[in-house]
Structure formats: C-alpha cells, structure tokens
Write a protein that binds this ligand. Structure first.
Ligand code: ZN
Length: 75
C-alpha cells in the first residue's frame, strides 16, 4: 500500500433506529442508521411504511374524495 493516501480503517459500531447494533469495519468509528437487515421489510417480512408521515394523507385529501364519488356512481 502506498503511504499516506489511505483513510484510517476502524472497527465500526453501527446503531440502528430499531435498537439493533452490530460491528463492521469502516472509515468512521460509529454509525447511526435508520434501517438495517433486522428491521427492513424485505428481510423481516413485516410490512412497514418508511415513507415520511403525511404523504398518504395529502394524497387522500387531494384525490380521496373524488375517488369515493366515482365509486358511488358506479354502484
Ligand atoms: Zn434496524
């Protein structure tokens, strides 16, 4: 390895928002993450909305009423 061009490589403690922690190797000593393999729906099999709160409500406010009226006319 060439001297003085490589970043320092530490043991990295990773803390997830779900409470899970694990150790890996990285150029920082500590990481705080929002999602990991334990709580990600793809691996956990549990459906969970990671989406920012309010987006679905905003959509319903804008289009929900119209959709409901259309469904009533069809019936
Ligand atoms: Zn997690």
């Amino acid at each position: 390895m060439k001297a003085d061009i490589h970043p320092k490589y530490f043991d990295c403690h990773v803390h997830c928002g779900c409470g899970n922690t694990f150790t890996t190797r990285a150029t920082v000593k500590e990481l705080h993450i929002e999602i990991c393999n334990v709580c990600h729906p793809f691996y956990s099999g549990v459906q969970k909305f990671v989406d920012a709160a309010g987006r679905v409500d905003r959509f319903r406010k804008k289009f929900g009423e119209k959709t409901a009226k259309l469904e009533n006319k069809k019936a």
